[in-house]
Design a protein around this ligand. Structure first.
Ligand code: ATP
Ligand code: MG
Length: 148
């Protein structure tokens, strides 16, 4: 097989993000997209959309048994989000570094969550945690013709 067709290599270059409802409500779409650009990520796909309750439940199904699951589903479906596919070498890991710790109190200086997150629950952005999940999450929101 031609090396450029190796899907495992292609996948490491992409991640998926959401600007969460708290950050959209607070007017931080532009600021966060600017930090994404400054961080060296190329925007492959981008849209303003909203998760249904069912979408949010499915998206965070891994947390279904956690005490905050209900609150998380309500939060993530309460208003519009920005969904995006991003490209960069080592995208998943580097984007997790750029967004910072889940709890903004623990997030490093210069991270998106340090600047824009309000709390551990309302923490401004999502970043995929693996290449496999990045591909699944991106494909949920975008058709092939919306990837540039
Ligand atoms: P995300 O998956 O959204 O990128 P994360 O990977 O940093 O965040 P996870 O452990 O996957 O963190 O948790 C998913 C989301 O659930 C968090 O981003 C946050 O919105 C919410 N959450 C996590 N822990 C708590 C908590 N203790 N209390 C309230 N909400 C929480
Ligand atoms: Mg996560």
């Amino acid at each position: 097989m031609h090396p450029n067709l190796d899907i495992t290599k292609m996948a490491t270059n992409r991640t998926f993000t959401m600007i969460k409802p708290d950050a959209v409500e607070a007017g931080h779409i532009g600021g966060i997209l600017n930090m994404i650009n400054e961080g060296g990520f190329r925007i492959v796909s981008l849209k303003l959309t909203q998760l249904t309750v069912a979408d949010a439940k499915a998206f965070y199904a891994v947390h279904a048994e956690r005490p905050f699951y209900g609150e998380l589903v309500e939060f993530m479906s309460r208003g519009p989000i920005v969904a995006a596919i991003l490209e960069k070498d080592n995208a998943v890991e580097d984007f997790r570094k750029l967004i910072g710790a889940t709890n903004p109190a623990d997030a490093a200086e210069g991270t998106i969550r340090k600047r824009y997150a309000k709390s551990i629950g309302e923490n401004a952005v999502h970043g995929s945690d693996s290449d496999e999940n990045a591909a699944i999450e991106g494909a949920f929101h975008f058709a092939g013709r919306e990837e540039f």
